[in-house]
Ligand binder design. Structure first.
Ligand code: PGA
Length: 249
């Protein structure tokens, strides 16, 4: 049994004060929800306030990126021990916006996932094809390359979570259909089985991301290989994200 994970990716939104307020409201709205891991990933500047606001609730806090070294001369970067020290329990790695705008590659994803897992944090590692890749019929090849290139060394970690986020569905309001998501998730699980071992592939949670909303999450979660959501826009509002967390109704 894979416990579902609902993770909010706040991207470059909310100050520390705004983050604290939203998380306090969210914590109240999801209190008593069993069997779902709830995660919010605010900007670095709001992590401390977010951890404080989430204190004692079931809401875990995560960062959106990290450096792969534990410290060093890397101006502007943040190391995983610093993130862990704040009380964060998760870190997103390899988001398509990092790949598109900040030079993230499968090789840097591999190093960052290693750094996150080594500190005992959960890592939400993102994969997904662009629209051009999908239209060229390359979706499965891209997913295989990203999983093998960035994640193969880490697939047996119980703290690795994979997020399948088709780039064309992010922030566009164009969700993958449940069938499209299921096909990609089952394929990723198959790659994981071949790259690591079948038991690890069965255990790893695979989240869907890309225009997840309160009204489409139930159909996505009904798919056998969809184990949760990585939610951008719809996670910024506590009531809307709480509805996603309460996808069972
Ligand atoms: P979205 O973003 O839910 O706003 O499409 C998802 C993501 O980028 O993680």
């Amino acid at each position: 049994m894979r416990t579902p994970v609902m993770a909010g990716n706040w991207k470059m939104y909310k100050t520390a004060r705004q983050a604290g307020e939203t998380i306090r409201v969210l914590a109240g709205l999801v209190a008593g929800v069993d069997g779902v891991e709830v995660v919010i990933c605010p900007p670095f500047t709001a992590l401390a306030a977010a951890v404080e606001a989430a204190g004692g609730s079931g809401v875990a806090i995560g960062a959106q990126d990290c450096h792969w070294e534990n410290e060093g001369a890397f101006t502007g970067e943040v190391a995983v021990p610093m993130i862990a020290d704040l009380g964060c329990r998760y870190c997103i790695v390899g988001h398509s916006e990092r790949r598109q705008f900040f030079g993230e590659t499968d090789a840097t994803v591999d190093k960052k996932v290693a750094a996150v897992l080594a500190q005992g944090l959960h890592c939400i590692a993102c994969v997904g094809e662009t629209l051009a890749e999908r239209e060229a019929g390359q979706t499965l090849a891209v997913l295989e390359r990203q999983v093998r290139g960035g994640l193969s060394r880490h697939l047996t970690s119980p703290r690795l979570v994979i997020a399948y986020e088709p780039v064309w569905a992010i922030g566009t309001g164009k969700t993958a259909t449940p069938a499209q998501a299921q096909k990609a998730h089952a394929f990723i699980r198959g790659v994981a089985a071949r790259a690591a071992d079948p038991a690890a592939a069965q255990a790893v949670r695979i989240l869907y991301g890309g225009s997840v909303k309160p009204d489409n999450i139930a159909a996505l979660m009904a798919q056998p290989d969809v184990d949760g959501g990585l939610v951008g826009g719809a996670s910024l509002d506590a009531a809307s994200f709480a509805k996603i967390v309460r996808f069972r109704g």
